[in-house]
Each structure stands twice: as C-alpha cells, then as structure tokens.
Design a protein around this ligand. Sequence first.
Ligand code: PLP
Length: 409
Amino acid sequence: MKFEMVCNNCGSIHSDESGLYQCPFCKGAMTIRYMENGLARKEGDRTQRWRGMWMYKESLPIVSDHPVTLGEGATPLVFLENWSGLATNVYAKTETTNPTGTYKDRPASVSVSRAKELGARGVTVASDGNAAPAVAAFAARAGLPCVVFMPRETPKERCIQTAAFGALILLLEGNINDCLDQAAKAAKAFNLHNCSTTQGENPYQVEGDKTIAFEIVDQLGFCPDWVAVPIGGGSLLTGVVKGMAELREAGRIKSMPRILAVQAEACAPFVRAFQKGEPVRREEHPRPTLALTIAVPYPPDNVQAMKALKSVNGDAVAVSEDDLSKTVLDLSTRYGVLAEPSGAASLAGVSRRGREGFFSEGETVVSVITGTGLKSLGIFAGELQEKGWEMPTLPNDERTVHAYLKTML
Ligand SMILES: *Cc1c(COP(=O)(O)O)cnc(C)c1O
C-alpha cells in the first residue's frame, strides 16, 4: 500500500485500493497519508524518468506508472528586485507557465491520472475559469469525456479554451458554489469522477498543489519566511501547507514558513472570518471584482484552510481593486510577468503588508502567482487605456515613422 485515506471528520482510515472520493461512513473530506514519506528517499533513489511535477511521483497518490502529464510544474521562481521598495526579498513563483496557464494544471494532472487508474468512464469539474480548461486538457490527453459546470457569467475566452479540449460545457444560472453542487450530483448520478478542486469532493487534487511547496524549497535552497497565496475555495493554501509539512517531516526544512492568505475586498469571506476569529460565513453580497477566479462566496475548504493557516501562525489580508490593477501592471511592465488579477492577488497582499511594515529586512517572501494574464487581456486593455495608452497607425514611410519616434524616445 502506498497511501491511506483518513477521514477529517470521523477519523476512519481506508486503503488506497478503496478508490474513494469521500468518507463512506460520514461523507467527510479525506486526507491522503503516505506509508513512507516520498521526500525522505535519497536523491539517487528518485526515478530520473519524470519531469516537472512528476519528479515528486513518490509523494503523489498515483499507484500506476502512467500519470497523465502535459509538462505541468517546474515553474520559474523569479526574483522581483526592489518590489514595492521593500527591504524584503520578494520572489514570484510564476505558475503562469503551466500548460493551460495556471497552477490548476497540477491538481488536474493528479486528479485525471487518479481517475484514469481507477477506471473512470469520464470526469466532471466545476470551475469559474481555470480548473475547467485544466481538467479538460488532461481528460483529452487521457481519452476521457469531460463534463464541465461553469457559472453563466464566466468570460467567453475561458469557455472557449475549455471547449477547445473537447469538453461538454454546461453554463449554470448560479455561482461557483452552485456549480460545485451540481458537479457533485452529476458525478454520483452518471458515475463520473469528480476532479473539482475541493477536498470534500476530491481528496487527490490537493496533492498536486503541495508540489508548489516542494519546488519553492528546492529552487531557493532554503525555506522562505513567508509564502503568500490567493485564496478562493481554500484548497491551494491547504496543499501548500501540507507540502511544507511533508518537507519538514522528511528533514528538508527545520521549521514551517508562515502563510499570507489573500482575497479581494469585494469577496473576502475567509479573510474577514480570520480577522474576526469567527467561523467562515457565506458572502451574501459579493461585489464585482477583477479577481474573478478567487471570488468564491462560500469557500468549500475553509475549515481545513483555516486550520492550516493557524497551524503556521499565518495571516490573512484583503486587497482593493486598485491594489490588484496596480500589481498586475507593475508585474508585467517592470518584471515581464503577465498575471491575471486573481493570480497576482498574493503579491498585492505582500505589497500591502509590506507598506504596513509587516516584514523584516532580509526576510524572504515567495508570492505564488497562480494564473496567466493571457485569459484576461481585456482587463489589461482597460487598465492601459486608463493610463493613456495609444497605438498610432502610421503610413508606411520612414520619415513619418522616425519623426514620430523622435517625439517618443
Ligand atoms: C483556483 C485559483 C485560486 C485559488 O485556489 P483555491 O484552491 O480555490 O483557494 C487562485 N488563483 C487562481 C488563478 C485560481 O484559478
């Protein structure tokens, strides 16, 4: 047996052969526990066959030798010199370079690999724009049909990207929480494997998220003081903390980094609950936000995420729409990294806390940039136009071209 599955609620334990998605006794969310820490092995013992995220195959919940992979993981760690004028060393873990443009390729690769080895006839996923294209891509690679539930307002580019991988898309008159409910019901009714990124419906996906922590420590060569992550449903945060805990257990780091969880003020049920020390309550009146893909009115994994955040003495902060737009533009114009606002929310949170004097000089902060700006070019167009961006059309004539350049350079 490679791993066992422990119910977070009733504590019952199940073997990896059970192929479960939820506790059979109480329907609780389950956590994967490995019989042997895959990181504790000597480097030489690790198989050299795998690239990217699957270098950590010993620590992932797949028993077969055939993961479904498209080159996810092994994303760059970019040093952001003088970010926000802080005396802190700020790095960006740019998940934007994954196959479909977001870190969701990691959980999707694990989930579809697991579904395939369990003999799934098809997969389903609920998504507001990033999990859907990711799962659809890996399902296509695995030759499995994929049924997607998305809120009706999901930007068209994200639907088209998903459809391009051959998925069947259902747009719901509802929000992401409603989509998660329908995907769970459809999974049961049609015997589909649920690849949504919530631990309560899919315990495998969070294991993909934890490889971000493995890579950060491998790339830095030490454990950062802080890791900042955007938070929507809560799975990513839970996964990063689990990864750090496995690194510590294997003796690769001495103590855990602290985590900074970041949401947009427009929809910040998790941050508010953390700051008040109360349980997370549904955001009844979310406002529109640039950070579409983390605007989850009720974060389904909030209990696990809150526990994880408190276990590392973490912090949570909400950022404004101005913070978000300024951060994406600074990141693209000054550092060459194109992020969607949700993806750069973590960094906006670092700037905000940095301005408040929260970090010490010489501390190292890694901000996980979770998604590409390529799916949000409309937002960039809007922000640039507000700053007076113009693109002149000139006659095909050297003198006119040079005369224009003279006024600009
Ligand atoms: C899904 C997503 C998140 C948040 O992940 P959760 O696990 O839902 O908290 C953050 N950023 C981007 C770009 C995402 O797509």
